[in-house]
Design a protein around this ligand. Structure first.
Ligand code: SF4
Ligand code: SF4
Length: 408
């Protein structure tokens, strides 16, 4: 496990490159989220956004695995485009379904096509049920950062996270966590906040601490029926806000040893850095999704025909970065709701995530569903974090100025 302190240096779920964000006037694609098995998964979690999604363009295709040829082209072209810092993150569905030999080939291609001095980082988000010593030794050898999905103690996790036979996953995931620790792999926990755990912040936080976890991301669950009503496991903004505020109080005495991604991100924004989480960026253009067949999309929540940007077999990264559709998607976040325009946290929050604006009514111009939760935690956390940053940086930190000019 990472032993770095919680405030500096910081790294989010998607490792951010330290390189330039802009390439001339073209927003650079600063990292890739690669789906080698598309949305295919070996589990059947009841709340999963990806399973059997009608808008998924690949839903009915039986064999969805990235071929060696596509992998080689991806590595070759992206290393060339992104030099000197290249970030590859793998997600699904479940990316380990691609098999360990796939990832061994990835490393060989990175070694073959990388140039002297090029920095390459790899990360992977997994449900962890396939991991064993072979996987762990591979991740350790090449310094991967892993995200492991686990929603808390057994009875909470297994309420929604189960396999296709309906059996809970907790015991198997805990075995994998022990295996990762034993092999010295750097990993964090991704906890989906759902109806089963959102009212239990103390129990959840103490559970993670009791098993030695020092790096946690809480992801709020918000899925809606076509008529806009909440699905049963979806949490309310008030629940999310209360969870964050109580967790902040629990975390504060541990802040030098435990990292909670959202709190790190708030500190990053207050310190004038670009936060690790895209939801707090000004626009939606920091990364691209690569599907198993080389198709490119601007965001994992919008892998839909209408948002396809191109395909790596026929398009260069420079052309993909300049596609008007990419600008069109990025701009969605700048459709500031009237409430955001007068919000004191606008320069930190930037209106939240378009997925949570679009969710209930399919309108990008709506207010983020979790807005009131953001206001609760910003109101609670910005003061203490600002004081802490003052101690670390030796100067006052003010909230960044409100942005009135968008790059678009
Ligand atoms: S829609 Fe949300 S998740 Fe997607 S890039 Fe924008 S902020 Fe990030
Ligand atoms: S806290 Fe709410 S009103 Fe303020 S910028 Fe974020 S989404 Fe907009």
């Amino acid at each position: 496990m990472s032993s770095s302190s919680s405030l500096f240096p910081m790294m989010g779920q998607m490792p951010m490159t330290g390189g330039p964000t802009w390439l001339g006037s073209t927003p650079r694609i600063s990292s890739l989220l690669i789906k080698p098995a598309s949305a295919v998964c070996n589990l059947d979690c009841s709340y999963c956004f990806y399973l059997d999604r009608d808008a998924d363009p690949y839903k009915d295709l039986p064999a969805r695995r990235m071929t060696d040829d596509t992998l080689e082209r991806l590595v070759d072209t992206y290393l060339f485009y992104s030099h000197p810092q290249s970030t590859f993150a793998f997600q699904g569905g479940e990316p380990t379904l691609a098999g360990l030999p796939f990832f061994e080939k990835l490393i060989r291609f990175q070694q073959q096509y990388g140039r002297n001095g090029q920095s390459v980082s790899n990360a992977l988000q997994t449900n962890a049920v396939l991991l064993d010593d072979n996987w762990a030794q591979f991740f350790r050898q090449y310094n991967w950062l892993l995200g492991v999905s686990l929603d808390g103690p057994e009875e909470i996790n297994d309420l929604y996270r189960y396999n296709r036979a309906g059996h809970g996953t907790w015991k198997r995931v805990m075995q994998s966590i022990e295996c990762l620790k034993k092999n010295g792999v750097d990993f964090n926990i991704l906890c989906v906040l759902n109806a089963a755990n959102v009212e239990r912040p103390r129990e959840i936080y103490q559970f993670y601490k009791s098993i030695g976890i020092d790096n946690i991301q809480y992801i709020p669950l918000a899925e809606f029926n076509p008529d806009g009503s909440r699905m049963p496991f979806t949490i309310t903004p008030e629940q999310y806000g209360r969870f964050l505020c109580e967790t902040f109080d629990l975390w504060w005495p541990d802040r030098k040893k435990v990292r909670i991604r959202f709190f790190d991100n708030i500190a990053e924004a207050l310190a004038g850095q670009k936060p690790g989480s895209c939801t707090m960026h000004e626009t939606c253009d920091s990364y691209c999704v690569v599907e198993y067949n080389g198709d490119i999309y601007p965001c994992d929540f919008f892998v839909e025909g209408g948002w396809k940007l191109g395909n790596i077999e026929v398009d260069s990264w420079t052309d993909i970065a300049r596609r008007s559709r990419r600008y069109g998607f990025a701009q969605k976040k700048t459709l500031a709701h009237p409430e955001c325009q007068v919000c004191e946290y606008q320069s930190i929050c930037h209106g939240g995530c378009p997925k949570f604006r679009h969710g209930p009514q399919q309108r990008f111009e709506d207010l983020d569903y979790f807005c009131s939760a953001y206001k609760m935690i910003y109101s609670k956390a910005t003061g203490p974090l600002r004081q802490e940053l003052k101690k670390i940086l030796g100067r006052e930190v003010e909230a960044p100025a409100m942005h009135s000019i968008s790059p678009y």
